[in-house]
Design a protein around this ligand. Structure first.
Ligand code: KG4
Ligand code: ZN
Length: 336
């Protein structure tokens, strides 16, 4: 089954063709980062307009790169939430228009379920249970995955997302947007022990908090304005990585995970990738660290999840819209 996936939930317009939920034939991403950079973050209205301008071209590229035409597609999937309302609507409307025109099923896909499904795109034989650390600009959570559609949220952030912390710290250091890649790069040449920033909630359950860490960086900059930016970046990054890796370790222990997985934009981070590989080696588990293109927002994960939802649940009605705060079905917090 050939599924076309479309992703427009935030600031990447993406389309991909995936066969039988596993075989990625194309994975095209058009980033709007340059449009938002001078505002220091994603501007929703600019995002919607930019998606509108490029979505048809991105879909055409995805089909061309996969060597298929519209007539070959069996279903079309789009991210229907969570995300920016206007941005989501562009992808959902494009997908529905294609579905109606071709007389094929439309499937609405949950963005976070798609990040979880990226593990299977990387390794179809991935061993369960897996402890997944999802760290992006909008979300930070730990999820136990015991089967292809069996998810349980073990913990999440009580304030900022990890990527949001990177972006806010980059802004206060005058490094531009998005902050993650530039802090990652600078940190490689800095001393992670230059400043001992707090490790918020490190021994305290599986939830996260990053807003205090951001404030600690602000105070440090005010106290010592001449400190090398690379040292600040490395020290901040060390605090984030220590916390998320300690919590991933605790989650893996709690569910006796066979596999450790990371996903979301922050999973592109070099220090985090190295620390998770190291944790896996130390704890006798397998690390599944997808390539950066499958960690950041992409449409291959949307097409793959669309395939799974179509097979298990059938098509999504064309009357269903986009939901900016969509909850993940079957994803409950553990009681107590
Ligand atoms: O998953 P994503 O592409 O978009 C969503 O938020 O859904 O994640 C974007 C976030 C941004 O906050 C960005 O600063 C962060 O991921 N990011 C990174 C790196 N690359 C992107 N954070 C740390 N290190 C990186 N190399
Ligand atoms: Zn995402």
């Amino acid at each position: 089954m050939i599924v076309l996936g479309i992703e427009t939930s935030c600031d990447e317009t993406a389309a991909a063709v995936v066969v039988d939920g596993l075989d990625v034939r194309s994975n095209v991403i058009s980033s709007q980062v340059d449009l938002h950079a001078r505002f220091g973050g994603v501007v929703p209205e600019i995002a919607s307009r930019a998606h509108l301008e490029v979505v048809n071209g991105v879909v055409a590229d995805a089909l061309a790169q996969a060597g298929v035409g519209f007539g070959d597609i069996d279903a079309v999937a789009a991210t229907c939430g969570p995300g920016l309302a206007g941005a989501l609507l562009v992808g959902v409307s494009a997908a529905k228009a294609i579905a109606v025109t071709l007389g094929i099923p439309y499937v609405g896909v949950h963005h976070l379920e798609a990040h979880l499904q990226a593990a299977w795109l990387q390794d179809p034989a991935v061993e369960m249970p897996m402890a997944v650390l999802l760290v992006s600009g909008g979300h930070t959570m730990l999820v136990a995955v015991r089967g292809a559609s069996d998810y349980e949220v073990l913990g999440e952030t009580v304030d900022d997302a990890a990527g949001e912390a990177y972006d806010k710290v980059a802004r206060l250091l005058g490094l531009g947007y998005p902050g993650g890649p530039v802090i990652d790069r600078l940190a490689a040449d800095g001393d992670p022990r230059a400043v001992r920033f707090p490790r918020p909630m490190i021994g305290d359950g599986l939830d996260f908090s990053f807003s205090g860490l951001k404030t600690a960086v602000l105070h440090q900059v005010r106290r010592a304005p001449d400190m090398a930016v690379a040292d600040l970046a490395a020290s901040f990054q060390a605090a984030v990585v220590d916390v998320v890796v300690a919590k991933l370790a605790a989650a893996a222990e709690a569910i006796d995970a066979r596999t450790l997985v990371i996903g979301g934009g922050v999973a592109a981070n070099a220090a985090l990738r190295a620390a998770v590989a190291d944790l896996a080696a130390r704890s006798g588990r397998t690390a599944l660290i997808p390539p950066r293109a499958l960690c950041t927002d992409n449409a291959a994960m949307i097409a793959a999840t669309g395939y799974r939802r179509l097979v298990e649940d059938g098509p999504t009605p064309l009357t269903a819209g986009a939901t900016p705060t969509l909850a993940l079905p079957g994803l409950g917090r553990p009681r107590g």
